[in-house]
Write a protein that binds this ligand. Structure first.
Ligand SMILES: [Zn+2]
Length: 233
């Protein structure tokens, strides 16, 4: 196909896909990561489905949006407005990570290596900041969890979102902690909106979210009633 990359509205993005490079050892730092980014650019260009972006971040073909080295350095290689072919799941249509997702590459081969804590912290920071800035909650999955053909990416040492104690679960937990524990559910969001509490809009339920406890909801309702009485509403 090899045309210009499709763009999408940032409000339509609902997924983060975690990849590994399947190249070991992972880049140690930003300097090494930049060399890898250039090399992944060449690989991506040779694919039949390659599409070119506007090169705003210096890379025209790279299939990921961000790359992270073992010391936690982050390199954004594409703007998130560009749809990239990284997940092998276009046929999932409305649930496709290619179409509606952002791709994060943890550099390394996690069939053999283990992602560093710095890499996982950096990944969670990217996701957290993106959600905060765009007021959207996303679902975070490993490439292998959405790929139609199936792949071992992001490696067994990153694991799956359904796997207790996996490093992917650790990343998701770090994102949720940055949001203050867990993301609020839709009822709580409505109540917060009524109270004028500044918060983010939930378009979709987050990854691993405990629904707001019934007693907390009752307390919030009582709080609203009291507040409305105060306001003479
Ligand atoms: Zn992958």
């Amino acid at each position: 196909m090899s045309g210009a990359a499709t763009t999408r509205s940032l409000n339509s993005i609902r997924y983060f896909t975690v990849h590994h490079a399947a190249v070991k050892p992972g880049a140690k730092n930003l300097e090494e990561l930049k060399r890898r980014a250039a090399s992944y650019d060449r690989t991506a260009r040779s694919k039949p489905w390659a599409t070119a972006t506007g090169k705003e971040k210096g890379y025209e073909w790279n299939a990921y949006h961000w790359m992270i080295s073992r010391d936690g350095a982050v390199l954004q290689v594409q703007l998130t407005k560009y749809m990239r072919h990284h997940a092998g799941d276009n046929a999932r249509r409305s649930e496709s990570h290619n179409l509606w997702g952002n791709a994060i590459l943890l550099d390394g081969d996690f069939r053999f290596e283990t992602p560093t804590e710095a890499q996982m912290q950096a990944a969670s920071q990217i996701i957290y900041e993106w959600e905060r800035d765009h007021k959207i909650s996303t679902t975070v999955r490993a490439h292998g969890e959405t790929s139609i053909k199936g792949t071992s990416c992001a490696g067994q040492n990153v694991g799956k979102s359904t796997q207790a104690g996996s490093n992917l679960r650790h990343i998701i937990k770090l994102v949720n902690e940055k949001h203050g524990g867990t993301l609020p559910d839709e009822n709580e969001m409505r109540i917060r909106a009524l109270l004028g509490v500044r918060t983010w809009v939930i378009k979709r339920r987050a990854r691993i979210v405990n629904p707001v406890k019934k007693n907390e909801l009752a307390l919030l309702i009582a709080h609203i009633s009291a507040r409305m009485a105060e306001l003479g509403a």
